[in-house]
Write a protein that binds this ligand. Structure first.
Ligand SMILES: [Zn+2]
Length: 379
């Protein structure tokens, strides 16, 4: 089911284009708002299994000729009544100008929320595709591709295309991995960030820029192995909202996975269609369930706190925050605790390295607070 905000994005895009003097559809690269609208409509079409618009010209033609109630957008009856009437268009058929309805749907600012929405929709479409074929492994595999490989060479792509688990999400992968733009090129090479795996932007006066705040805080970017296009051919890069909301936090999730595996523990990632992030099994069969929360603001995180879902089953559960988030704050854990609603009182938030320390203590036979997720002790 489509959430209403897609209409905000569409309307904003239509108005942005209509405001251009020539009133024509601009050639690619499209304005960001328009690209975002197109991306989201393509996602919805994939979900509804209808042919998506081939590009912005066709999307604009839909806006002008196709009443909103005949778009592949599913709204509940109540929402549809609020959203638009039968036969409503976003662009006036005759003048080519945005309709009043379109103006009412335009939003100012809110670009992050549009990006966030794209991220959520992508994950929802992936979950639906994997559930349809009853394959939680496909979802886990999909998630890992987004986290480990935000940049793909043609060779990487062929390898993924041959992965049977990824078959249900292949059309989705095609939609979310466009060709990397030229402004990432330097001396005929694309260069990924060693830390983040996303592409670095070459600066005019030398040096690099990494798009992740957290990476820039750690110091100058660390260029990874360059990808010369003469060798690798076209390079694909995951779309920005997914790099920001899936790849970034995902690096913290797999970092914790690696640390726990290094201890010899069995770790399942995103089990049962992402019920939570890590399911850790000790040699004696004791299970920890962990959700990693890579958030700047402990208060906002606390307000959203809720118990870790019960299935797949576990003995203990907690939320984990990466160390770098806590470092920048004088009392991150305390602020989180104070903001937690009563319904989440039993939920503990641990720093990632503290969790690894507790795992080590438990492996050594410890059963006290130092080896439990809810144990209070001075590390
Ligand atoms: Zn980086």
């Amino acid at each position: 089911m489509i959430e209403v905000p897609l209409l905000n994005v569409l309307a904003t895009a239509v108005i942005e284009i209509a405001e251009k003097p020539e009133q024509a559809v601009p050639p690619p690269p499209y304005p960001p708002e328009a690209q975002r609208a197109l991306d989201q409509v393509v996602l919805e079409c994939l979900r509804e299994k209808v042919t998506p618009p081939s590009g912005l010209p066709e999307l604009i033609s839909w806006c002008r000729t196709r009443p909103l109630d005949r778009w592949p957008l599913k709204l509940t009856d109540d929402e549809a009544e609020e959203a638009f009437g039968s036969g409503d268009l976003l662009i006036d058929r005759h003048s080519g100008m945005p309709t009043e309805l379109c103006l009412e749907w335009k939003v100012d600012g809110g670009k992050d929320s549009a990006a966030r929405q794209y991220d959520r929709r992508t994950i929802a479409v992936a979950l639906q595709a994997c559930r349809a074929v009853d394959s939680p492994e496909s979802y886990t595999r999909f998630r890992r591709v987004l986290v480990d490989q935000p940049v793909l060479t043609r060779a990487d792509w062929s390898e993924l295309a041959g992965d049977l688990y990824l078959y249900p999400v292949k059309p989705l992968l095609e939609a979310i991995y466009p060709t990397a733009p030229d402004h990432y090129l330097s001396d005929g090479c694309y260069t990924p960030c060693e830390r983040c795996r996303t592409l670095l932007v070459p600066l005019t006066h030398g040096g690099w820029w990494c798009e992740r705040d957290q990476c820039r805080q750690q110091g100058p970017p660390t260029p990874g192995r360059p990808l010369p296009i003469s060798v690798t051919g076209e390079v694909l890069q995951l779309r920005r909202p997914l790099r920001q909301f899936v790849t970034g936090p995902g690096r913290a999730e797999v970092g914790l996975e690696d640390a726990l595996r290094d201890l010899g523990l069995a770790v399942e990632m995103w089990p049962a269609y992402d019920a939570y992030d890590l399911r850790v099994t000790f040699p004696d069969g004791h299970v920890w369930a962990i959700d990693v929360k890579d958030r700047v603001h402990p208060g906002l995180l606390g307000r959203k706190a809720s118990p870790v879902p019960q299935t797949p089953p576990y003995n203990e559960a907690c939320w984990v925050v990466p160390r770098y988030r806590v470092q920048g704050h004088h009392d991150y854990l305390g602020a989180f605790r104070r903001a937690c609603p009563a319904s989440a009182r039993g939920l503990h938030l641990l720093v990632d390295d503290d969790l690894v320390r507790r795992a080590r203590a438990r492996l050594r036979g410890g059963r006290g607070p130092e080896a439990r997720l809810d144990g209070e002790f001075d590390a």
